[in-house]
Design a binder for this molecule. Structure first.
Ligand code: C2E
Ligand code: MG
Ligand code: MG
Length: 577
């Protein structure tokens, strides 16, 4: 029998009797009816008394009954109005409950009242909220690992896609734990479940706030990685996952090794349709699985190939200096007035036993991205300065050594300190060193760049702006920088035929540089006609295959020794012009 806190079901007799009254469906209606009847008892008593009593004249009877009627109706109206408002907590609770059951939407109810009706509202609200959380959790989370399930994963993916108006890079990484079936068969489902749970924890530990991890089905997990700038970040994450996930774990005294196959689909890089982004990751995972254990594959084969190549280069680049695979070549820079070699540019060469000759255009960007440029750059600076000093000690003509400095080197390392150290160690004077920087360096953090440049300049080191004309340096910046030399980019020199746009540009750069009291060097000079044009337009120096390709230190020594001959050739040309 239902017993509620000391009240028995028999207490429902009035409620149950009223429920049988036709058209009296609402609870509020029942209370109102009782209140109405209750407030009319005095009026009815008065009526009966007047009717049976004969001692009052009729007009008095009518007046008294009219007054009593008005008073009763007014009192009843006020009582019904007050009751209507007092019953609001019950009505609100009822509506909130209905709304939740019909629409699964939680309405808020006041929780600050402490009487029975107030507590009813508060308790209903808290209970519904808890219930909602539980339902939400059951619907969206995987029971075993506590991770989001397929439903939540799909929702999040849709959300990310719809918010991704700017086509920002994001990836879907699909993972399959390949040994789970075996583990289940050999060690049983219980251990299999523990392996899955532990894998979920390991995966979570690899991720940051920008990644969403879900368990999609039995041994399949997926990650959405947002906010990525380059494919490198994806590779980094995937390698971290393979590393961590394939370490042995001890579960109930069993040493267990996981193996994982990973497929990656990148949006919008793979030109993937949004709907198929997960399917493509699955396809890539199948390819990874076919390659063996613990492999990952990108959906795009092109990207895979490039990446493999790049990863190989990156791996070997790490040891290139230590293994003595790198050396410097030197390309002469000639003064057009005297025809003499007044400097050389040190250009890095990598001869890898595996990849053969690798162009700096290919490996310098990798060195920059990986940060290897810091140590490589320091080695270049040191080797170039030491080389120049040794030429000086050998009695060869005094020339400047130009060294390329990448923007990462300029920003990340304490370049001033390193340059000071290198000059000290090699014994080269600062005025025989020139640092080449590119325009892209100047774009951001201009003040810090200017400070560093000023310090280098104050030490006596010359500074030149490489590849001038291809970047974005404003004239305003040019005026503020302690630059000594502008290097006209070879793309302008290449097309240098009289009357071309490039001829006009080169001419303009030369006059601009001279107006700013800067010297100008043209790089990539390959023909006599180019040299001729440059000389006639007042260019100060040239560098290019016409004079010499970049050569080894030994070959350069020979050139320096033949200095006079070169100078004669150039002077002859001058006479001819
Ligand atoms: P860069 O500093 O503008 O160097 C000039 C490039 O033009 C060199 O290419 C040089 O070999 C090439 N070159 C010179 N004269 C001619 C010519 O007449 N015709 C043609 N077609 N090319 C000519 P390289 O050696 O392949 O270097 C490419 C780039 O790699 C360099 O451009 C520089 O930005 C970078 N680099 C090279 N060595 C270093 C280094 O030690 N450190 C850093 N940070 N970057 C370096
Ligand atoms: Mg250069
Ligand atoms: Mg250049």
């Amino acid at each position: 029998m239902l017993k509620l806190l000391g009240m028995s079901q028999t207490n429902l007799y009035l409620y149950s009797a009223l429920s049988k009254v036709p058209y009296l469906n609402s609870y509020k209606g029942k209370i109102m009816l009782i209140a109405f009847l209750g407030t009319h008892v005095p009026l009815l008593s008065l009526l009966i008394y007047f009717v049976i009593s004969a001692s009052f004249p009729i007009d008095i009877k009518v007046r008294v009954i009219a007054i009593a009627l008005i008073a009763t109706l007014t009192g009843t109206a006020l009582t019904l109005y007050a009751l209507h408002n007092l019953l609001a907590p019950v009505t609100l609770t009822f509506l909130a409950m209905r709304h939740y059951l019909n629409n699964r939407q939680l309405s808020s109810l006041p929780t600050n009242f402490t009487d029975e009706a107030g507590i009813l509202m508060a308790d209903t609200f808290h209970t519904l909220k808890k219930l909602d959380e539980v339902i939400e959790h059951i619907a969206n989370y995987d029971n075993l690992t506590g991770l989001p399930n397929r439903i939540l994963f799909d929702n999040r993916l849709q959300e990310i896609i719809s918010q991704n108006q700017n086509n920002q890079l994001f990836t879907v990484i699909y993972l399959s734990l390949d040994r789970l079936k075996n583990i289940n068969n050999v060690l049983g489902y219980e251990i299999g479940n523990l392996v899955l749970r532990s894998a979920g924890q390991t995966l979570t530990s690899c991720l940051s706030n920008h990644e969403i991890l879900a368990r999609l089905e039995s041994n399949k997990f997926a990650i959405i990685q947002t906010n990525i700038k380059s494919v490198d970040e994806v590779v980094e994450l995937v390698e971290k996952i393979i590393n961590k996930l394939t370490k042995s774990v001890s579960i109930n005294n069993n040493e267990i090794f996981n193996s994982v196959s990973i497929g990656i689909s990148i949006y919008p890089n793979d030109r993937t349709e949004i709907d198929s982004i997960l399917d493509n990751a699955v396809k890539a995972m199948d390819r990874a699985k076919a390659q063996g254990q613990n492999k990952y594959q990108f959906y795009s084969r092109e990207l895979n190939k490039k990446l493999q190549e790049r990863l190989m280069l990156e791996k070997d680049l790490h040891n290139a200096i230590k293994n003595g695979e790198m050396l410097l070549h030197y390309q002469p820079q000639v003064c057009l007035r005297t025809g003499k070699i007044i400097g050389v540019e040190a250009l890095l060469r990598w001869y890898s036993p595996i990849h053969g000759f690798v162009s700096p255009a290919k490996f310098i960007p990798i060195a920059e991205e990986t940060g290897l440029i810091i140590s490589i750059g320091e080695w270049v600076l040191h080797t170039a300065c030491a080389q120049n000093r040794s030429w000086q000690l050998a009695g060869l003509p005094l020339i400047k050594m130009a060294v390329n400095i990448s923007s990462r080197q300029f920003k990340e390392q304490n370049l001033v300190e390193i340059a000071t150290q290198v000059l000290q160690q090699t014994g080269l004077k600062a005025n025989y060193l020139e640092l080449e920087i590119t325009e892209s360096l100047i774009i951001d953090n201009i003040q810090q760049v200017i400070n560093t440049m000023n310090q280098l300049h104050d030490m006596g080191i010359s500074l030149s702006l490489d590849d001038f004309g291809t970047g974005y340096s404003s004239l305003n910046h040019l005026k503020r920088l302690p630059i000594d030399l502008l290097k006209i980019d070879q793309s302008f020199v290449r097309e240098l035929t009289i009357g071309s746009d490039d001829a006009a540009i080169v001419k303009a750069i030369i006059s601009l540089a001279h107006n700013l009291q800067l010297s100008v060097i043209a790089e990539g000079v390959e023909t006599e006609a180019q040299l001729d044009y440059l000389r006639r337009n007042g260019c100060d120096q040239i560098q290019g295959y016409y004079i010499s390709r970049p050569v080894t230190a030994e070959a350069l020594v020979k050139q320096l020794q033949q200095e006079k001959e070169v100078s004669c050739n150039i002077n002859n040309l001058a006479v001819a012009a």
